[in-house]
Write a protein that binds this ligand. Sequence first.
Ligand code: FE2
Length: 292
Amino acid sequence: MRVATVSDLHTDFAENREAVVKLAVAIHEGQADVVIVAGDVSHKDERIDRALRAFAEVAETVAYIPGNHDLWYDVPLAASRSDLDTWHRYRVELKTVCEGAGAHYLPAAPLIVGATAIVGSCGWYDYSLMAPAFRAQIDDRALAQKTLDGLMWSDARFIAFRDEQGHLMPDPAVARQMEAEFAAQLAEVESNAEVGEVVAVTHHQPFYDVVARTGKLPWEYFCAFMGSTGLGEAIRGCGKVRTAVYGHTHVVGRYELHGLTAYGTPLGYPRERRGLPEEQLTVTRIGWIEVS
Ligand SMILES: [Fe+2]
């Protein structure tokens, strides 16, 4: 079975909507059975719907996990709106959008095809992927506010995860919840005798070593919001995982570590791939996995 993976399609850009068509054509030519969309399509439901349908045209099965952009509420300040809870968007609204497009919603349940299980979570960040030298310079309050020298990580405006009492949850608590649900799904497929191999998919990055570093601010500050090491621990707790796919970063990468292959093939923003030869687009922005 052939699995194709894409992420960070950001189809609010017209250029990316054209690129998605090219990715879909290449996936068709590559004869994928399953397409995994690892988050960050758009905060607009109709754009998520369209992208998932584009891939459903070229493969039997499409599996999706939301990214942080998909989770955004398009309001001035989500935290000030007690009627909005990002968990509701994650568990209900995006599941409805995904299933309406005929795709499998990974946060709700693993996808099992043949002897392979695909397990996914958006994941979240707890600042653990920041390099220690920079982490030591910046206090927790500054990280919680997600701003540095006038630059803001936009989740600060559009995300509002709430606990059962309706209180806003700190990022590490959100990360722990995501990791726990992911680990539970991984344990489920680990104990399923019919599953021989697992593909783990997270939007946020799961390992310290897959994070691109510049050694300079503000880049190193924003590494705080790349993911959590707990996602990687969940993956390493499942011996059947051979491949870990991530999104979120817009830096293409491939790593062999912890006995598995971890990679990301983000489309990213148009300005980030200026100068990329046209024929390299589909070569570098689609990942392929051969599974049994
Ligand atoms: Fe993202």
